[in-house]
Write a protein that binds this ligand. Structure first.
Ligand SMILES: O=P(O)(O)OC[C@H]1O[C@H](O[C@H]2O[C@H](CO)[C@@H](O)[C@H](O)[C@H]2O)[C@H](O)[C@@H](O)[C@@H]1O
Length: 280
């Protein structure tokens, strides 16, 4: 162990310690699944400027040959995560899978294509009403719309009062979403209106079953990752070792409280993945 340049941080829970031990002992039976924004990519004020941390692709490339599968599970459209991540055409990531829109979409590196369901009609209705709603009050001044194709998001990170705008918008946007058969997905200073029926927990569980993974490592940073954390907890109850990583600097304490290991942001998380890969 003394020959490794990067130390391997220790999980703070017995379940996480068991999950890490299983990953190191039987990597070929492990799935490593990771969120994109805030986990593999640093948070930036403009979502269009988000890109994978420089350490992310090298860490995934180092891990991929040893494990059963590496997957990215994100709220982004799958093709956007692939583009911003720089995941396509990378030697070593020929089997990468990206589950976008919380699992509604799937991109795989083998085909290079995205599989997606029919668009939900509520998204077009919300899109049409949203500018009128945002013009109704000064309480959310500076909030702006991210067009996501199969969903619409309202960001407040660049609003005059980011948290105040987020809080003030939560109820009206929940109402707007519900009127059109959508759900409200709150995140880090973002409120997304999206079709129901899938979440990162459902997506993770289905993918674990599909590939027959024994051990599951999941890393996230936001409220949308809570269902995936819950899925890993359930899997642990069913005898699958699991390791829950939180990429966090304090913005989402709800997720950090449930993690086996909190790493301070994408740089630390990708260092951890690289340190694991170096031991395989
Ligand atoms: O599931 P994820 O991959 O974590 O995607 C969740 C949302 O991420 C993006 O918003 C977040 O990142 C932005 C860029 O760093 C940041 O400006 C924003 O405040 C964050 O909430 C993305 O724009 C959303 O569409 C995703 O749903």
């Amino acid at each position: 162990m003394g020959s490794h340049p990067h130390p391997l941080p220790t999980p703070v829970t017995p379940a996480g310690t068991e999950g890490l031990a299983a990953l190191l002992a039987r990597p070929g039976k492990a799935l490593v699944a990771l969120d994109f924004d805030g986990t593999l990519a640093d948070i930036v004020p403009d979502p269009e400027q988000a890109r994978a941390h420089p350490g992310a692709v090298p860490a995934l490339v180092a891990l991929a040959p040893h494990v059963a599968s590496v997957a990215v599970i994100t709220g982004r459209p799958a093709d956007v995560a692939v583009r911003y991540g720089g995941f396509a055409g990378v030697p070593g990531l020929e089997h990468l899978v990206v589950l976008g829109h919380y699992g509604a979409e799937r991109w795989d590196a083998v085909s290079g294509a995205v599989q997606a369901p029919e668009p939900h009609p509520g998204v077009a209705a919300v899109r049409a009403e949203l500018p009128g709603l945002l013009a109704e009050s000064d309480s959310w001044q500076g909030a702006w719309i991210e067009e996501k194709g199969r969903a619409v998001a309202v960001h407040t990170r660049r609003a005059t009062d980011p948290q105040g705008a987020f809080d003030a918008l939560r109820e009206p946007l929940a109402g707007l979403a519900a009127r059109h058969g959508l759900m409200l997905e709150p995140g880090r200073l973002v409120l997304e209106m999206r079709p129901p029926g899938v979440d990162k927990g459902v997506a993770l569980r289905e993918y674990v079953d599909e590939i027959g993974a024994e051990t599951v490592v999941y890393g996230g940073d936001d409220l949308g990752d809570l269902p995936a954390f819950a899925a890993v907890d359930t899997l642990r109850g069913d005898g699958h070792p699991g390791l829950l990583l939180c990429s966090g600097t304090g913005e989402v304490p709800e997720l950090a409280a449930k993690a086996d290991l909190v790493l301070p942001g994408p740089g630390a998380l990708t260092d951890f993945l690289a340190a694991v890969a170096a031991r395989l």
